[in-house]
Design a protein around this ligand. Structure first.
Ligand code: MSP
Length: 516
């Protein structure tokens, strides 16, 4: 039997110090689209997300809330699950770093690093930013507005002096550079890869990987006075979820190394430098790709709790509808770049590209079929070159999208679909099927068939992006739910199939916040 194609995609695990916001929704959405696309394309998929529940940042947030950290993390983690439900994320596993399976895995990775001589005990003195959960040297810091020292990210820093275990990161510099060289697509986009390489070329210091001044974390196996550094703990989640340390397990053998760790640009270094170094040092394979996406601003302003402009994805979904939000986030900016959220561009895209371009195409064609072809897929005669051209464009989308999504070019994939939608709308105008009704009804049927078939192609490729709207479109064409995978991409509509009464697929957004 042929070996099944597999795909393992992960989101970062989210800190539970705070409520979910648009950034979290964005990272997971991009993974959801890939997971759905690959499943439709016949892959066995594992899509992992979850919550990062240890460390000083979470311990502090729990203290501020006056709640025990476990209770606190239980509550906030549940909010992330709720977000996943509202956004219709199709994850296969939701990991929490406070789970027993994860403690076992993180401690096993630690043991391997000890066995291989990569860990030593010394003491750390330097700066630490709780917000970033990151160590900084004096040279990294910048001056704040009141002369205070700040991390390069703008986070507050505190001076830390304590006994600490260290990971011999400096010893892995050359191996990492060779690894990047041999795997030119390990870090993407290219500009991020260049940043990573120049950071490593600048020289790596050994990394402090344990703390002693707080409690909330996984104890170091050989010395319970030490808590594992939260990033070492958190990164390990990606192998915990495939049963590490059981490297013989079916999941480990099927899915490791992961195909893609999706991350925001702020956490690239942890994933593209520290994580492969830990794995290589432990004799494990690094993942195949780290993709760093950009950040969203809100109406041109940095999103921050203190400014009070945090975008709650649940509110967005309530205002604009889920499919529109999913579409907007992946269409608005080339994936990898920063993007700006604005109400105006959201409404422009919703009304222009969804309600007008796609919605009207479906509505026009399906209501003409309902009225003039007794509500059945019309029969067709021989196709003319212009018919074949449109059908060919529809059918070619899949191959193009495969390539684009393999490089995380979500906006390009959507542009491709919308260019076929544009062609189809121009074809309706040029063929004017309404005028053919009397003079050449057979030709009218052929034109409507070509359009229905093009809409079927569009409905199929839109599925990963807009699961609800696409299933409405495919229902309106009576496409058998078992024939919506890409292996049936070219299983054309059958004349005479009876169709349900057409209904609008996308509401228009009107300014008082109502949709119609
Ligand atoms: N817990 C770590 C990840 C550990 S992974 C082993 C963490 N968590 S986080 O909750 O702070 O951030 C998670 C993701 O949200 C990151 O990928 C980050 O880039 C993303 N975003 C946070 N704010 C964002 C925007 N304003 N815009 C886009 N994404 C942003 O980091």
């Amino acid at each position: 039997m042929a070996h099944k194609k597999t795909y393992y995609v992960t989101t970062p695990i989210y800190y539970v110090n705070d409520a979910p916001h648009i950034g979290h929704a964005y990272t997971t959405l991009s993974c959801d689209v890939l997971a759905r696309f690959k499943r439709l394309d016949g892959f066995e998929v594992k899509f992992l997300t979850g919550t990062d529940e240890h460390g000083q940042k979470v311990e502090k947030a729990a203290a501020v809330a006056g709640v025990d950290p476990q209770k606190f993390t239980d509550d906030v983690s549940a909010n992330f699950r709720k977000l996943a439900e509202v956004m219709n994320f199709s994850f296969d596993d939701f990991i929490r770093t406070t789970e027993k399976r994860h403690k076992i895995s993180a401690q096993a990775l630690w043991d391997k690093l000890v066995e291989t001589g990569n860990i030593y005990l010394a003491s750390y003195s330097g700066w630490y930013a709780v917000r970033d959960e990151a160590f900084y040297t004096e040279a990294d810091l910048k001056d704040g507005p009141d002369g205070e020292k700040l991390a390069p990210t703008g986070a507050e820093v505190e001076w830390v002096e304590e006994p600490s275990y260290f990971f011999r990161l400096s010893a892995w510099e050359k191996t990492l550079l060779t690894f990047y060289d041999e795997h030119p697509e390990f870090v993407m986009p290219q500009s991020r890869r260049n940043e990573v390489i120049s950071f490593v070329k600048g020289g790596l210091n050994d990394l402090s990987i344990s703390r002693t001044t707080f409690q909330w974390g996984i104890p170091v196996p050989e010395n319970n006075d030490h808590i594992m550094y939260v990033w070492l703990d958190a990164l390990t989640n990606y192998i915990t979820a495939v049963d590490f340390p059981d490297q013989k397990s079916i999941d480990y053998k099927t899915f490791w190394p992961a195909d893609l760790h999706m991350v925001g640009k702020d956490i690239l270094r942890f994933h593209a430098v520290y994580w492969p170094a830990f794995l290589l040092a432990a004799g494990l394979e690094p993942p195949k790709r780290i993709f760093a996406h950009g950040w969203w601003t809100n109406e041109g302003q940095k999103i921050s709790k203190s400014i009070g402009n945090v975008i709650d994805p649940l509110v967005l979904v309530r205002n604009y509808g889920l499919d529109a939000v999913r579409y907007f986030l992946l269409r608005e900016v080339p994936f990898g770049n920063d993007g700006d959220f604005s109400h105006q561009s959201m409404v422009r895209r919703l009304n222009g590209e969804l309600a007008n371009d796609l919605g009207n195409l479906c509505q026009r064609v399906l209501s003409m079929i309902a009225k003039n072809c007794s509500g059945e897929v019309p029969p067709h005669q021989d196709f003319l070159p212009c018919d074949l051209e449109l059908i060919k464009k529809g059918s070619a989308m899949l191959v193009i999208m495969r390539e684009q999504l393999d490089y995380q070019k979500f906006n390009r994939a959507l542009e491709e679909i919308w260019s076929v939608i544009g062609e189809a709308n121009r074809y309706v105008d040029a063929m004017a099927p309404w005028a053919l009704r009397k003079e050449d009804p057979n030709r009218m049927c052929t034109v409507l068939y070509v359009l229905a078939e093009t809409i079927r192609y569009i409905g199929l490729v839109v599925q990963p992006f807009m699961p609800d709207a696409s299933s409405r479109i495919l229902d309106l064409l009576a496409v058998d739910p078992t024939k919506r995978g890409f292996k049936d991409f070219d299983a054309a509509l059958i004349a005479g199939t009876s169709l349900p009464m057409p209904e609008p697929v996308f509401p228009r957004f009107i300014e008082d916040g109502q949709t119609t």
